[in-house]
Design a protein around this ligand. Structure first.
Ligand SMILES: Cc1cc2nc3c(=O)[nH]c(=O)nc-3n(C[C@H](O)[C@H](O)[C@H](O)COP(=O)(O)OP(=O)(O)OC[C@H]3O[C@@H](n4cnc5c(N)ncnc54)[C@H](O)[C@@H]3O)c2cc1C
Length: 497
């Protein structure tokens, strides 16, 4: 552990952004206090338990294991030292709207054979596509993701200047994919994962086809105990290095005097610090915790952003097992463009009539997720942020999704339901202070990537910093951990003298 540097950091929020920053900064010698509004760590990765069923309320895919590994290495650990982490096989199952059901295997050769069955030379095409995805992924990891961007010169410097043109930044993913594959199924297999970044194939640059390297090559893992286990592990690391956590203590104001953050006010009192690091939703913190003269981005800025989708999630406990479902199962509608329009086109924004959706069954892999012989289902449907939300709408939507799920699987799932809870737009607003009820923060359009995401450091208050899914590199637990790695390195550089 580094020598104490006498600097106190207050971190607002104990999501993965706050947790990972707390661990890194405490290890680097800062005095760290984390103030979290809710009852426990994890943020979007909160936990809901009822009658022996335990639900991860948010993230369920452990992707980019290399990023977690790099983070844990900072503490001299491997992920496997800290948790049980099997690779899932199949990685996931897809029900297509045309009635086909396919398993995506952990074994690449099996997936190559699968693509051969979908279209002529499908296997060769997949190999070529994945080679390109790997090349861009390696470039991203080595040159882009772990760097901060403060100006256009940072973006187009070094290897990025030479390699950047290979990133096809002006082409969208959908156009790129159509150059590689012809069958509807092959296209959807390589495109669905853009949902992880809160985008659609048409509004996301093609270099994000790195997502296929992530899910098809690097693989899909499961931390036994759920994503909440990962949150607990990082909190433990932070506490081992002396970080302090206070839960149920929402911050109500960032106190700024003469252009410097002095500390924060909470529901319980006032805390002084040398540095304030915001992990809470960026838009909320700027608009609600700071006086207007200290905001880097005003209300108009946020109104013009492309927000990532919100969602409705049903946490459903059933009193039997359903073999028709894998650990991760995707239900992709034939006409999914229409569904993307309902999510991303403000003029067409609406509760979807025929949505694609996702079902997670952690109890397939993890006996602690449900009572013996039972399953824990997490059913997620992406929605446009800002939609009207009410108990009646949710209930109608539950019926629609259950009708679809039962028709696709041929199972009478509703008869087996013993626990049921819905979480949607209003809950995202209320529980996480999410702007317009977004589940995922800020979408990854070209103009909201790298340099064009909200900055890690306030432009108005010198000692005020931000990390988490709104900032570079963006959405998803691994990306959030990287954002805190960047900020922790900057703070260490700036203050550890
Ligand atoms: C339904 C869903 C499914 C997802 N699936 C995946 C997945 O499978 N894999 C994956 O990698 N990612 C997934 N994600 C994305 C991932 O969860 C997020 O990108 C990541 O967790 C964001 O972390 P964060 O720390 O930036 O934000 P958050 O997790 O939102 O943390 C911010 C914290 O700040 C707190 N806060 C807010 N206001 C205040 C205040 N005034 N005072 C104190 N604290 C405050 C909040 O309560 C919260 O704890 C999913 C997200 C959702 C919502």
């Amino acid at each position: 552990m580094a020598e104490k540097n006498g600097k106190k950091v207050i971190i607002i929020g104990a999501g993965f952004g706050g947790l990972s920053a707390a661990a890194l900064l405490a290890k680097n010698g800062f005095d760290v206090l984390v103030l979290e509004k809710n009852e426990g760590p994890g943020g979007r990765a909160s936990v809901y338990s009822e009658k022996g069923y335990t639900f991860d309320m948010g993230p369920s895919w452990y992707l980019m294991p290399d990023v977690y590994e790099k983070f844990f290495m900072e503490f001299g650990k491997k992920a496997n030292d800290l948790m049980e982490l099997p690779r899932l096989d199949p990685s996931y199952r897809i029900y297509f709207g045309n009635g086909k059901v396919l398993d995506i295997a952990a074994d690449l050769d099996k997936n190559i054979a699968l693509f051969d069955s979908l279209e002529q030379d499908g296997g060769q095409k997949l190999k070529k596509y994945l080679a390109s995805a790997k090349e861009k992924y390696d470039l991203s990891i080595n040159e882009m993701l772990y760097r901060d961007y403060k100006s256009i010169f940072d973006f187009f410097s070094g290897r990025m200047l030479i390699e950047g043109r290979k990133m096809h930044i002006l082409e969208n993913l959908d156009t790129f994919v159509s150059k590689h594959f012809t069958s509807d199924e092959a296209k959807k297999i390589v495109e669905y994962s853009i949902g992880f970044l809160g985008g659609s194939p048409k509004n996301t640059p093609s270099f994000y086809h790195i997502m296929s390297h992530i899910d098809l090559t690097l693989g899909v893992f499961y931390p036994v105990g759920g994503m909440r286990k990962v949150a607990t592990v990082i909190r433990d690391l932070a506490e081992n290095y002396g970080a302090e956590f206070k839960f149920n203590e929402p911050v109500t104001e960032i106190i700024v005097r003469d252009g410097k953050a002095q500390g924060v006010r909470t529901s319980g009192g006032t805390y002084e610090s040398d540095i304030v690091l915001v992990n809470a939703d960026y838009a909320f913190a700027e608009l609600e915790l700071l006086n207007p003269e200290y905001r880097t981005y005003d209300r108009k800025y946020w109104e013009r952003r492309v927000m990532a989708p919100s969602a409705i999630v049903f946490y459903v406990g059933v009193n039997r097992r359903f073999e028709s479902l894998a650990h991760h199962t995707l239900f992709l509608d034939e006409n999914w463009e229409h569904n993307f329009d309902e999510i991303f086109d403000p003029k067409k924004a609406a509760w979807p009539k025929n949505p694609s959706y996702y079902v997670n069954v952690p109890s397939m892999t993890d006996p602690t997720a449900a009572p013996p012989g039972c399953d824990t289902l997490f059913i997620l449907v992406a929605l446009a942020p800002g939609l009207e939300d009410s108990p009646e709408i949710r209930e109608r939507f539950y019926t629609l999704i259950m009708d679809k799920l039962e028709a696709s699987t041929g199972d009478r799932i509703r008869d087996a339901v013993v626990v049921k809870k819905a979480f949607a737009l209003n809950d995202f607003k209320e529980r996480y202070h999410a702007y317009k009820g977004t589940a995922l923060g800020l979408s990854h359009t070209l103009l909201q990537t790298a340099l064009w995401r909200p900055a890690h450091q306030s432009k108005k208050v010198d000692n005020l910093f931000y990390s988490g899914h709104y900032t570079h590199p963006g959405i998803g637990v691994p990306m959030t951990i990287i954002s805190s790695t960047i900020v922790a390195a900057e703070l260490t550089d700036k203050y550890h003298k």
